[in-house]
Design a protein around this ligand. Structure first.
Ligand code: FES
Length: 211
């Protein structure tokens, strides 16, 4: 039986707005959903004076609901300041789409998480983070929960792929229980770098594959 999608969802799914990537983006984030293993990437161009989103694009590796939500939230966020865009909720997005089946809530949460993570990435890269909490092993582990192993569609922490996390003098070393010839080793390394490097007190990130 087909899922009861609203017309609006179908319209945004068939003709999604702002799809693609921004090559010279000012910020970027890839988020994965622990519920289904799907991913979404969000790219931002921000006016540094007014901190306003000038351009925004997304790539979805998720379902129709995720694509439709990505389309609607990028429309909602375009032209807004970072502070305003941060306040967009999955509930607003889902309402703007005429509702989503409850079983699909996590798909719109994923899109909104992607937007918030991209904003956070901008703030971290531009020294705009207000609360400068020192980075701990727990902070790093929390971020690794958002790095997926595309082979299994689950994050590194959940799949027990993180063997060790070491912190010393601004250097973070992540040791993975995965082989260095892992099919997605480069993608995983890049994503870890992208998630950990922007932390305000981190100078260097080392990722070792020791499986
Ligand atoms: Fe994964 Fe919708 S089922 S994003």
């Amino acid at each position: 039986m087909p899922l009861p999608y609203s017309e609006k969802v179908m319209e945004h799914f068939r003709h999604p707005q702002n799809v693609g990537r921004i090559e010279d983006a000012d910020a970027k984030a890839v988020e994965g959903s622990p519920a289904c293993g799907d991913m979404v990437a969000v790219y931002l161009k921000v006016d540094p004076e007014g901190l306003r989103i000038e351009d925004i694009k997304f790539e979805s590796y998720g379902c129709a609901s995720n694509i439709a939500t990505g389309s609607i939230i990028t429309e909602m966020a375009k032209g807004k300041t970072l502070e305003e865009a941060k306040k967009i909720t999955w509930k607003q997005a889902s309402e703007a789409l005429g509702g989503l089946p409850p079983i699909k809530t996590h798909c719109s949460v994923l899109a909104v998480d992607g937007l918030r993570a991209a904003i956070q990435n901008y703030e971290e890269r531009h020294g705009l983070v207000k609360e400068r909490v020192p980075t701990t092993v727990e902070v790093v582990r929390k971020r690794l929960k958002h790095v997926m192993n595309p082979m299994v569609g689950l994050d590194l922490v959940r799949t027990k792929s993180v063997k060790d996390i070491e912190l010393s003098d601004g250097t973070v070393r992540v040791v993975l229980d995965l082989p260095s010839d892992h099919q997605f080793a480069n993608n995983i390394r890049e994503e870890i770098m992208e998630k950990i490097e922007p932390l305000w007190d981190v100078q260097k990130v080392i990722v070792d594959f020791a499986g």
